[in-house]
Ligand binder design. Structure first.
Ligand SMILES: Nc1nc2c(ncn2[C@@H]2O[C@H](COP(=O)(O)OP(=O)(O)O)[C@@H](O)[C@H]2O)c(=O)[nH]1
Ligand SMILES: [Mg+2]
Length: 202
């Protein structure tokens, strides 16, 4: 079982092309709508409540943040999307940045797409998955804030997300992991998925 023993912040860059990690080190990218719970999940899986900034004001980070885990792989915190106040031109530059990231990240082992377990995948979530698919990058959805739903009903919500992904994108049986940073649930499944992807890339 993968355990995060060391997590270090490395750098923040505006353009993914500006950071070329140490050769050979794989990356796991983390994406999601602003406020989906990205920073909280990163802190939770890294056992460090102060690693990523947990914001109460969404949409402020427009940077790509790199964390080095166990000195072996990078966790890449991508800028949140879907912030209502973002202007058209900013939206455009976000899309450019994502395309740039996917094109530049040569060692990308997997993409995690975080979304609130209670919500249907948004157009932006589906776009993200579509990009990953287009670039041949394995992805898993992490259905966050699972604590908001009764335990017995969580499976229905993860299935609803799966169904929508199948309906909209034709992707069958997408991997959807329920997680709660608040209740500290889902870490084993998320780390298990990451470990699996890291083993396959080598
Ligand atoms: N109930 C609950 N709230 C959460 C959870 N994870 C994050 N949040 C809250 O959701 C808000 C956004 O979280 P944050 O991690 O900053 O999201 P980010 O914008 O995607 O990085 C904050 O108020 C968090 O406290 C969770 O697992 N359960
Ligand atoms: Mg954040």
């Amino acid at each position: 079982m993968l355990e995060i023993k060391k997590a270090q912040f490395v750098t923040s860059v505006k353009d993914a092309a500006d950071f070329a990690g140490e050769a050979g080190k794989p990356e796991i990218a983390v994406s999601g709508k602003s406020n989906a719970g990205k920073s909280s999940l990163i802190n939770y899986i890294c056992n460090n409540s102060k690693l990523a900034y947990v914001s109460k004001q969404p949409g402020k980070t427009r940077l790509v943040n790199y964390f080095l885990l166990n000195e072996t792989f990078y966790l890449v915190d991508l800028p949140g999307y879907g912030f209502a106040k973002v202007s058209k031109s900013e939206k455009h530059s976000w899309a450019d940045m994502m395309e740039g990231y996917f094109a530049a990240a040569k060692n990308l082992a997997a993409l995690l797409v975080l979304m609130d377990i209670r919500r249907e995948p948004s157009t932006d979530d589906l776009d993200m998955i579509n990009w990953a698919n287009y670039y041949g990058i394995p992805f898993a959805v992490v259905a966050t804030k699972a604590d908001k739903i009764a335990k017995s009903k969580r499976i229905n919500y993860t299935r609803a997300i799966q169904r929508k992904i199948k309906e909209e994108l034709g992707i069958d049986q997408a991997n959807v992991i329920a997680a709660s940073s608040l209740e500290k649930r889902g870490k084993e499944a998320v780390l298990g998925y990451i470990q699996d992807r890291l083993e396959r890339i080598q």
